[in-house]
Design a protein around this ligand. Structure first.
Ligand SMILES: Nc1ncnc2c1ncn2[C@@H]1O[C@H](COP(=O)(O)OP(=O)(O)OP(=O)(O)O)[C@@H](O)[C@H]1O
Length: 262
């Protein structure tokens, strides 16, 4: 695989908050079309990594590039151009509470394009359906939706501009197991049918098994391993062994590999 197939490249990333060093020479590549799961103990800097890559935070040193552009240091034109090629979904969906779901999904479309109202409405409905919501959700406010529907509404908005990369921060957190499984299935279908690259921060072992092509583990300020899940699960590191070898890890493995052939 050549460097040209890497849509995200992080090199020598350093992130410090006062005396706390969160990232200490972190390197990571994300390949076009893959679903990369990013895991690590609480506070290891998964969210800070995501925020740095999408340009919401300028790193202390090192670089994080998306399509070859460092979003925390580029000019406004580059930010707009690359910004329209990525979609973001944060934990709570980050919807505007005073707007309906339809209006929320329309926000990025209006910012980017000057569309007649009828076309805008059609596009909004398309995105809402793509995220697995009924048409009726378009006229509801976020507070009138269940947690799972809010996530889908956030996803619909993240998909508004037909992004090439989707960044998701713990999308199944707070969902019941059935809702989480459905969300995983939706993610897998969307990624395959739209050719999306997905950068997925998660604690959810079932999600890792169900949707990720590769998994990157953060520990000690670095990515200590990024590989296929089966190889990562046997990686010799205390946190990795605790994570995959604990009761939840074993249960998730059994659910995907009931014959124990893994
Ligand atoms: N704006 C900030 N100011 C100061 N410290 C911060 C800031 N943002 C993050 N941190 C610190 O950086 C560390 C990493 O935070 P981050 O949210 O990335 O962890 P995480 O791996 O996503 O954790 P979790 O799995 O619990 O969500 C934490 O110790 C956090 O307190």
């Amino acid at each position: 695989m050549s460097a040209a197939d890497h849509v995200i490249e992080v090199r020598g990333l350093l992130n410090r908050f006062g005396s706390q060093t969160v990232h200490d020479g972190l390197d990571l590549d994300v390949r076009r079309g893959e679903i990369l799961g990013v895991i690590g103990g609480s506070g290891t800097g998964k969210s800070v990594l995501l925020r740095t890559i999408v340009g919401l935070r300028e790193p202390t040193a090192g670089s994080a590039k998306v399509f070859g552009v460092d979003l925390s240091r580029c000019n406004d034109g580059e930010r707009r151009e690359v910004g329209s090629r990525i979609g973001l979904l944060f934990q709570e969906g980050a919807l505007f509470s005073s707007l309906t779901v339809g209006e929320n999904v329309a926000v990025p479309l209006k910012e980017r394009h000057n569309l007649p109202a009828s076309l805008l409405d059609k596009l909004v409905l398309l995105k809402i359906r793509l995220a697995g919501l009924p048409d009726s959700a378009a006229h509801k406010y976020p507070s009138q939706l269940s947690g799972g529907m809010r996530k889908r509404a956030g996803l619909a908005r993240a998909l508004a501009l037909d992004p090439e990369i989707l960044f998701l921060d713990e999308p199944t957190a707070g969902l019941d197991p059935i809702g989480a499984t459905r969300f995983d299935e939706l993610l897998r279908t969307l990624s395959r049918s739209l050719g999306l690259t997905v950068f997925l921060v998660t604690h959810d072992l079932d999600t890792l098994h169900a949707v990720c092509d590769r998994v990157a583990v953060l520990a000690g300020g670095k990515v200590i391993v990024s590989d296929r899940l089966d190889r990562v699960a046997s990686f010799n590191h205390p946190w990795v062994q605790d994570y995959f070898g604990g009761p939840r890890g074993r249960a998730a493995l059994r659910a995907t590999d009931p014959q124990g052939e893994h």
